[in-house]
Design a protein around this ligand. Structure first.
Ligand code: SF4
Length: 336
């Protein structure tokens, strides 16, 4: 469905300026933004993907991954086509790199009230805007999140963090949590691999924390591209500087999409990043895409395992009222 976009300004000669994400596209009449799902139609910016759902599944919240946001619960997960990044290693490229420029319908009509009803019916505690980039279907996510909140559900974004502060401020009353992909600590990597810049992503992480949105960070380690120890030290120091309670998910890469130049990430590389995170003072570090490797939530005070995990299976936790049941230390996150 086509709908008027949020967060844009009209300019002279029927041009528009979109400030939903940090590409800040200036779009001529009839043309599209970089995301390929927002079009200038006669001087009005339109979203072309409102309610056009390309993927809808009930997932464990751990799959996002979010380990400190309603752990062990189900998240009703939705996406439309499109993305504002062009990462060659994208694991959802079939849907993220589709766009609307050929005018085709992409996905089934699934409107916000029906999504909320489906989430409630299937016992979900939250709705997750995921698989592709939620920023580029912002209007649809916004309306769904508002209704979900009214129905007592939480909302989470799984995002590249490229939205503007204005977008975050507007959705903040409804957005409880986000997993932000911090893909590297390297401007060159962002420019070459994603067609974007690093600094706006760092700004979004800071802004989310300031706004009170629960944040976890994921870094997919690609051998030879973003796994240099010095770079990882800077990345971990950045997270610790914002808040050492931010969980850091270090994820194993498998060759995908257009990118097969690097082999799957060796376990030792993941363990090295884990050590670097510990030395930087991060309280919660997890290794992803490897079953049996640093999946548990450990108490940062006494070191006891509070939540055991195996893949997406989660044990009943030893966290009560956001405190460790063994030593009483405060555990960061949203647990109930
Ligand atoms: S959301 Fe799309 S149109 Fe808007 S600035 Fe980002 S890439 Fe450009």
């Amino acid at each position: 469905m086509i709908k008027e976009a949020k967060l844009y300004k009209k300019e002279k000669d029927d041009h528009v300026f979109c400030f939903l994400c940090n590409h800040k596209c200036r779009i001529a009449p009839g043309k599209y933004g970089i995301c390929g799902v927002r079009q200038n139609q006669k001087g009005d910016l339109k979203t072309l993907v409102y309610g056009e759902v390309i993927a809808a599944h009930v997932d464990p919240i751990e799959k996002k991954p979010l380990y400190h946001f309603l752990p062990g619960s189900l998240a009703f997960s939705v996406a439309t086509v499109g993305c504002n990044f062009r990462c060659p290693f994208c694991q959802n490229w079939q849907i993220s790199q589709s766009n609307k420029k050929d005018g085709s319908k992409a996905g089934e009509s699934f409107m916000p009230p029906d999504i909320v009803k489906a989430a409630l019916r299937q016992g979900c505690r939250s709705i997750s805007y995921t698989y592709t980039e939620p920023t580029i279907y912002y209007e649809f996510a916004f309306d769904t999140a508002r209704l979900a909140k009214e129905a007592g559900l939480g909302n989470s974004f799984v995002t590249n963090g490229y939205m503007t502060p204005e977008a975050l401020e507007e959705i903040k009353p409804y957005l409880d949590a986000a997993n932000v992909d911090l893909k590297a600590f390297n401007e060159n990597f962002y420019r070459k691999m994603c067609g974007a810049h690093l600094e706006p992503v760092l700004d979004s992480i800071r802004t989310m924390k300031e706004l009170g949105i629960w944040v976890e960070i994921t870094t997919l380690l690609i051998p030879g591209q973003n796994d240099d120890s010095e770079e990882l030290k800077k990345l971990a120091a950045f997270i610790a500087g914002v808040d050492p309670d931010i969980p850091w998910h270090i994820s194993r890469y498998h060759p995908d999409y257009k990118y097969s130049e690097s082999p799957a990430t060796p376990i030792e590389t993941l363990r090295n990043a884990y050590r670097i995170g510990t030395e930087a003072g991060l309280h919660y570090i997890y290794i992803g895409n490897v079953i049996g490797e640093s999946e548990a939530t450990l108490c940062p005070e006494c070191g006891q395992a509070l939540i055991q995990r195996s893949g997406y299976h989660t044990s009943k936790g030893k966290i009560k009222n956001s405190r460790c049941e063994y030593c009483g230390a405060s555990i960061a996150g949203i647990f109930d």
